[in-house]
Write a protein that binds this ligand. Structure first.
Ligand code: EPZ
Length: 418
């Protein structure tokens, strides 16, 4: 749990960590080439630890040197992801595409839903079936098998990030050309394409809604000596909100401003002053903030769903009524009831939250049920009067490297207890 004393203004400079949601698919991709891959600026967070455990369980040799992770996948000799490890991190489903590429087999346990909705994988399975994969289920396991992946023309019903990644990973060694239409356009998809092309794959179009993957042969693939993942745009956005809610002044380094634009646009609309130049972003508040008539989460380049919870915390302290609509996940408002315990005035109506700003929040004992909800409660606690206890630190540590250290450096009064 985290114990936070509210009332401090957060100001200072923070270096943003590497992206969790780029690192995970790129680590999965290391299975494909059977070579040594060195990935830099990987964040030291729980989800990365789990992915590394899974890779070594498959037979890979992992060497960790701080934020540099070396994965030698030559000796990977299993295509089965242990159930316990799958349970720890549902996004390990993206190993399926890589394992099918390398072995023509994959055995994963059905990824459980989590606190933000059922998290189906129907789009992954439909696309892989078109590529010649047969699936059978039994005892909670999903067995995938192919006599040889073949290129296919796939139209995703929804621009799913995970499904796009799985199909890219499967397409690398498929026979022929794979086209993914209505593909996710998130920056992490572009990062994965760049990593795979450094490995010798032939992929074009990431960042647009149509991605084309020309299959190559495994002997065409080479080791990747030093690939640096992009900065984490959601962690960056979270720290910007932490400064804004305390009316502070923050400078972020190691950012790609373009990836932050959807977040910066909405923060500017609330009245934050934001300057971005030479890889840094500065935010401060010099006038009363204003509520948002409409904030809708959408696939990139829309406003990111992962920023919805922290933004709700900020809007709870801004005078006026803000309307926030979550269009990506069915059940991603669990943090609202916890914010209400701190005095927030939030009404949930289906996938819409009506947030009426209050003069002040008050400290309380609250519980984080997922990663970004936890971040939102920590952010809210900085603006609350008195002490807040945020239970569920384990969720937050899945995605935020050294969050206590970084926030303390900005002047926050936060300690972590067991
Ligand atoms: C990725 O999850 C991210 N995780 C999520 O971040 C992020 O919220 C999400 O993309 C949306 O941007 C990682 O990259 C590891 P989706 P993913 O497939 O791939 C439905 C965080 O906090 N869907 O784009 O699971 C699904 O139920 C995490 O860092 C299907 O219906 O997201 C959801 O409603 C949380 N069928 C929507 O699409 C499918 O086959 C978006 O899912 C796949 C998805």
């Amino acid at each position: 749990m985290y114990i936070i004393q509210g009332g401090e203004t957060l100001s200072g400079k923070i270096k943003v960590q590497g992206s969790k949601n780029s690192s995970l698919p790129i680590l999965a991709a290391t299975v494909i080439n059977g070579k040594k891959n060195i990935i830099c600026d990987v964040p030291l967070i729980k989800d990365i630890e789990v992915m590394c455990k899974i890779l070594s369980n498959l037979g890979a040799t992992i060497v960790k040197r701080g934020n540099v992770i070396e994965v030698d996948s030559e000796k990977v000799n299993s295509f089965e992801v242990p159930e316990q490890l799958m349970r720890e991190m549902r996004s390990s489903i993206i190993l399926m595409g890589a394992l099918l590429g390398r072995f023509g087999r994959a055995k994963v346990s059905y990824p459980g839903g989590c606190e933000i909705g059922p998290r189906p994988i129907d789009l992954h399975l439909k696309g892989l079936s078109l590529m010649g994969v047969d699936f059978s289920e039994g005892h909670g396991f999903l067995n995938a098998k192919t006599d040889g992946l073949k290129g296919a023309d796939i139209h995703l019903d929804f621009p799913s990030v995970g499904a796009t990644e799985n199909l890219m990973l499967a397409g690398v060694l498929a026979h022929g050309t794979t086209i993914v239409r209505n593909a996710a356009k998130e920056p992490e998809i572009v990062d994965l394409q760049n990593f795979l092309n450094r490995m010798g794959a032939n992929i074009k179009g990431a960042g647009t809604d149509t991605i084309k993957i020309e299959g190559v042969k495994i002997h065409d693939l080479r080791a990747v000596n030093d690939y640096t993942v992009i900065p984490d745009r959601i962690v960056a956005g979270t720290y910007l909100v932490a400064a804004a809610i305390t009316r502070g002044h923050i400078i972020l380094t190691n950012v790609i401003t373009e990836h932050l634009e959807p977040i910066l646009a909405k923060l500017r609309e609330t009245g934050c002053v934001i300057n971005s130049r030479n890889g840094q972003v500065e935010l401060y508040v010099d006038k009363p903030m204003v509520s948002l008539e409409s904030l809708r989460t959408l696939p990139y380049p829309g406003f990111p769903t992962d920023m919805q919870a922290p933004m709700m915390a900020l809007l709870a302290t801004v005078e006026g009524t803000s309307i926030l609509t979550e269009t990506i996940f069915e059940n991603r408002f669990k943090h609202a009831q916890e914010l209400r315990r701190m005095g927030a005035n939030i009404t949930i109506n289906g996938n819409t939250a009506i947030i009426k700003g209050v003069k002040k929040l008050t400290g309380a004992i609250v519980e984080a049920k997922d990663l970004r909800a936890g971040a939102a409660l920590i952010v809210a606690a900085f603006a609350a009067e008195g002490e807040t206890v945020v239970e569920g630190a384990c969720h937050v540590e899945r995605g935020y490297e050294d969050i206590v250290g970084k926030l303390k450096a900005l002047g926050a009064k936060i300690v972590k207890k067991h």
